[in-house]
Write a protein that binds this ligand. Structure first.
Ligand SMILES: Cc1cc2nc3c(=O)[nH]c(=O)nc-3n(C[C@H](O)[C@H](O)[C@H](O)COP(=O)(O)O)c2cc1C
Ligand code: SF4
Length: 486
């Protein structure tokens, strides 16, 4: 992963935690009563893919155990990982692309409700993504994947040579010469692996996204409701299809790109289709970016505009992330796919303890506060969820007290210690296992390996409740917490 050149190392510490009485009176532990979204406390575990579904995208016992473990900590809301809405092979990523997935997802929502004693609301994040391929061996790229064009022949002065001859010649060229012969997209396919974009209008499936996506999302949302989820979160963030529509880099000329209004058009149409499918009395919101943090990307002003329009359209919540784009991703190794959290924008999404003067915590705080101000300024009360580096009670409380957020999201901190919410609520804050922001978990995610935390995955491996990862070396869920004195 990219790291700021300053390489300043930070250590997570917390000076003080509230007593049980202080917690009871706090904003963090006050209820949120918004239309369609009532939370017992203003805490939220954002979506995190743990790579535990079956190859067919089914809920497995490991998926259930993972979410039940978060639910034992009783956060206000728990968002189930990015879940695929298309019925296509996607590896061990959860899917909701057909009615056959409903029964498994129902087991998952039942498990969350049981483990939290009905206290945690459970939502699911719905994702669409375009095709991405692994970085090829150069030999395979030139001999098989590359389409030989007239432009290549012209550049090589090989107009009448056989295709095999052109391929051989291309394979023999230096990097510098290739830059003059291949197009930018061809170079990218060679160096990063082929990746579709929403601007690839020559691909009929991409051109037709405005026709196909509203139905795909709305059918998925209907299934989520049938499976007992309390709501759906439309994934409009990071490197995926819907975020690409919102992006300032979206130059589609079919009325769905260019100006901010046109970039917003499909995300709103998807929302309207989802709303029509699930009804007015069901929580529908989205996750989007406070800032893409890439050159020529959307910024906080865009995010404020999008947020106002999402609120106006009737979304029930707005959850803000940051960065996480393919545009500045590092070159993957041969045989690996590009990963959108390896560049600077990836760092902004999941900052690590090796940072700059600003440090790894709270980088999303002020941008989200601006977004919330914009929403309130336009007269809407839509709850805004702020996530990024939150690990202490004081941090969370001040965001709420200062009106910078309505709900606080803890992703890696909840992974490091799913009991954070109960420990702090009960006055046991000093027992919290603090996230180091090491990004060991994110490294596992990058390799599509079962995600665990380095702070607990080797602990008590022989305990009766320890289910081991497929490598046999790590436990898959955090050890149970037994409050001192019990
Ligand atoms: C292992 C892992 C998987 C993630 N998967 C998702 C995901 O499926 N959808 C999403 O919107 N964000 C995902 N994220 C980003 C987090 O939700 C969150 O925005 C990010 O970690 C920053 O918050 P934090 O500082 O509290 O960890 C993931 C993060 C991690 C560490
Ligand atoms: S591995 Fe654990 S400590 Fe490291 S960033 Fe992930 S959750 Fe935090």
């Amino acid at each position: 992963m990219w790291k700021p050149p300053e390489r300043i190392k930070y250590q997570t510490t917390v000076e003080q935690w509230p007593t049980k009485q202080e917690a009871a009176k706090s904003h963090v532990y006050s209820a949120l009563s918004a239309p369609n979204l009532c939370l017992e406390q203003r805490t939220w575990v954002p979506a995190m893919v743990p790579w535990r579904a079956s190859e067919e995208g089914d809920v497995t016992q490991n998926v259930i155990d993972w979410y039940a473990r978060f639910a034992e900590g009783r956060p206000g809301a728990l968002v189930v990982e990015a879940t695929g809405i298309r019925d296509i092979p996607s590896g061990p990523l959860l899917r909701i692309s057909d009615d056959r997935y409903i029964a498994g997802l129902q087991r998952l929502t039942d498990a969350v409700k049981e483990a939290s004693n009905g206290r945690t609301r459970v939502l699911i994040q719905l994702i669409d993504f375009l095709t991405i391929r692994r970085r090829p061996e150069a030999e395979a790229f030139f001999m098989r994947f590359l389409t030989v064009t007239a432009a290549h022949r012209r550049a090589l002065q090989m107009e009448h040579a056989s295709e095999a001859g052109v391929r051989q010649r291309l394979a023999s060229l230096s990097d510098i010469t290739l830059e003059a012969v291949l197009s930018l997209r061809e170079l990218e396919s060679l160096r990063q692996g082929y990746r579709e974009r929403i601007t690839d209008m020559h691909l009929s499936a991409v051109a037709a996204l405005p026709e196909t996506l509203p139905t795909l999302f709305s059918q998925a949302a209907k299934r989520a409701k049938a499976a007992g989820f309390d709501g759906v979160e439309l994934h409009y963030a990071h490197a995926y299809t819907m975020a690409s529509f919102l992006s300032a880099t979206n130059t589609r000329a079919d009325g769905y790109g260019g100006s901010r209004e046109q970039r917003l058009r499909l995300p709103l149409e998807v929302y309207e289709a989802v709303r029509a499918a699930v009804g007015e009395d069901y929580a529908v919101g989205c996750r989007f970016l406070s800032d893409e943090t890439i050159a020529s990307g959307s910024d906080v002003d865009d995010a404020c505009f999008f947020a106002r329009e999402f609120a106006r359209a009737g979304m029930d919540f707005l959850s803000l992330s940051r960065g996480g784009k393919f545009d500045d991703a590092k070159q993957p190794k041969v045989g690996w796919a590009a990963y959108p959290y390896t560049g600077r924008s990836g760092y902004e999404c999941m900052p690590s303890y090796v940072s700059d003067e600003q440090g790894p915590w709270g980088r999303n705080t002020e941008p989200v506060a601006s977004v919330r101000n914009a929403v309130r300024g336009a007269g809407f009360v839509t709850p805004v969820i702020s996530t990024g580096g939150i690990h202490s009670f004081d941090q969370a409380e001040s965001l709420l007290v200062e009106g910078k957020a309505d709900v606080v999201g803890l992703a890696r901190q909840a992974l490091a210690d799913p009991d954070w919410f109960e420990k702090v609520r009960l006055g046991h804050g000093e027992e919290v296992v603090l996230c180091r922001y090491s990004n060991y978990c994110e490294g596992l995610d990058q390799k599509h390996k079962q995600v665990t935390c380095e702070l607990w995955d080797r602990a008590a491996l022989d305990a009766p409740d320890a289910v081991l990862a497929s490598d046999g070396k790590r436990r898959l869920t955090a050890p149970k917490w037994f409050p001192e004195g019990t």
